[in-house]
Design a protein around this ligand. Sequence first.
Ligand code: GLY
Length: 411
Amino acid sequence: MKLTQTLSMGCIAIAAAISASCTSPKQQTAELAWNEQAVENARMQIGIEIDTIEASGKVLNPVTLTSEGDVYYCNYADWRSGFFPGSIWYLYELTQDSTLLPLARKYTKALDEAKNLTWHHDIGFIINCSYGNGLRLAQVPAYKEVMINAAKSLCTRFREKAGIIQSWDVKGNSWQSERGWECPVIIDNMMNLELLFEATKLSGDSTYYNIAIAHADRTLQEQFREDGSCYHVIDYSLTDGSVRHRHTAQGAAHESAWSRGQAWAIYAFSMCYRETGNPQYLEQALKTFRFMKNHKQMPADLIPYWDMDAPNIPNEPRDASSAAVIASALYEISTYNIQDADSYHEYADRIMQSLASTTYTAKQGENGRFILMHSVGSIPHNAEVDMPLNYADYYYLEALKRKADIKKSIH
Ligand code: GLY
């Protein structure tokens, strides 16, 4: 039986499970409409994608669409390779559909070689989203070694003098070399720290935790502006660890607020708070969130422009991926014992209802079989402008799962 045939049966079970919760009937109707629809739609869309790939007889990893409208598939070394396997794990978790389990394992295993990557920092995204979710949900013993091995690989990029993990290599004729950088660190790199925290828990070796803390602390010190927004790139001296440049690579300008960078900061510093209990990390996450929330250019539907200082707002592309990352972070923040915790949940719901609407959610079988439309990869690199992106889908599913977890914990 094709996955898409089994999915609609499973969705009836999800609806029944959600209906059994104990909110008032009125609340249930209001909330069920978009939750239920979002999960069902995601199951169908990712189901169609899986069926398409399985029919090809290959193990493919879908990322986005090319300008010709074809699905672009990546190899294991691409920073985006963990998101498709990770999305299957989240769908499995959201639906408890056991037919998804062997598929999640198969597409995760295809990334095995990524554990040895040392030439860029994205191994945290790659391995934690795939193997990390797999370990959490299926307890496959071999996944533990992959996680620890990957954390070791990431730590080879730690630069003692600056106390940070170098993001990109600066070699030969690469575009990074042309920028004149020595040791560039991008705000995105904060997301890789979750792998290090996990590796310490799995191995008992505090080296990974300590490197994560060093990186987070230096980033906190150097990467943020007074208004709470962050720079995209900080270039450090390898000789004495000082800051050489505060630049952008994917934003509109060095001093602009590239939206996904703000989203990574909100998400990653709240994750660091969860892992360490250091209130400074949460303060920064909330400060960056307030910057975005109160920004005069934030659209009414709460889906940010790709850069909040882009020159032609309102005629600039939106970035659904930033919105999904922020929503997922806010659901997590809403579980902390802080003032106004519910307000973060409510804001996340508003973002998610926009994403779940037909403005951002594609019709089944369309949009290259990705769930969400309207994301931006990198406008300065003319890459993936107003396109679907697999990481928008991944964080959208994670947000749905976090919302479901919160609901379960209350009832
Ligand atoms: N980590 C790359 C990006 O956010 O586009």
